[in-house]
Design a protein around this ligand. Structure first.
Ligand SMILES: [Zn+2]
Length: 247
């Protein structure tokens, strides 16, 4: 401590067009801890990649069933199906006519992280999927995100690509930042850029709303249920997407 750590405002990060940002990209994989993170974090990128005919495969780690743990109308099995359908609907909204999604269905809030019993299995499964997709660009959640599943997902992916002779380029997105929705500023030591998504931000907003269990009263019998509030959505949906990337 004692040193002055400079905090970079997100708005001061360089703005890149999709053509600059995705130069040379042949195949992309978006790794989402929960069904909705793919759209909240990378919806604009997915739409812009799709417009450039660059295939996108999505890996979803958890089953998403802890968003409404006490609902009687949506017990875990029904909620899981609902959330998987919402992810596919969101991806269709982003322009992918036949979404390619792999759902690993790890229990929500218990995606195995480093040191957990199922970590090696999670790494193996993730590794198999990545080997199949052979992405040149990989979207992963932030290692310090304020949600255990997001951090575990980052750990799984790092382990899965650790022995690739040529690991894919990785760009990192933050959903919950280090305290609230969105990353208010860049943490010390991190660097990144912003993807200009103005051309598709309306499409992204529509796609986010396809996650009806998270954005509407669809499930109204669980007072403890999670809701993406309008304030959170305003933080999360901007005319740009922020990506952290170490060269
Ligand atoms: Zn999440």
């Amino acid at each position: 401590m004692g040193g002055s750590s400079t905090v970079t405002a997100i708005e001061s990060l360089p703005l890149r067009s999709a053509d600059e940002a995705f130069l040379g990209c042949q195949r992309a994989v978006v790794v989402a801890p929960h069904p909705d993170d793919e759209t909240l974090g990378c919806g604009g990128a997915i739409a812009l990649l799709q417009q450039r005919s660059i295939p996108v495969h999505v890996l979803v780690m958890s089953d998403g069933t802890q968003s409404h743990p006490d609902s009687k109308s949506y017990p875990a099995d029904r909620l899981r199906v609902q959330r998987e359908q919402e992810t596919c609907a969101a991806l269709k909204g982003l322009g992918i006519s036949e979404p390619k999604v792999t759902f690993f269905r790890w229990p929500d809030t218990a995606v195995p992280g480093l040191g957990d019993q199922d970590f090696a299995t999670a790494v193996d499964l993730c590794s198999e999927s990545l080997q199949r997709c052979q992405p040149s660009l990989l979207f992963v959640p932030w290692q310090h995100d304020q949600h255990c599943d997001h951090r575990a997902t980052w750990q799984i992916v790092q382990q899965a690509v650790s022995n690739w002779p040529q690991p894919p380029r990785q760009v990192v997105y933050s959903i919950w930042g280090d305290r609230a929705a969105g990353l208010p500023a860049l943490p010390p030591g991190e660097t990144g850029w912003r993807l200009d998504i103005r051309a598709v931000v309306a499409v992204k907003r529509q796609a986010v709303m396809a996650h009806q269990s998270q954005t509407t009263d669809l499930i109204n019998d669980d007072p403890s249920g999670f809701r993406l509030t309008p304030a959170m959505l305003n933080n999360l949906i901007q005319p740009w997407e922020t990506y952290l990337e170490v060269k």
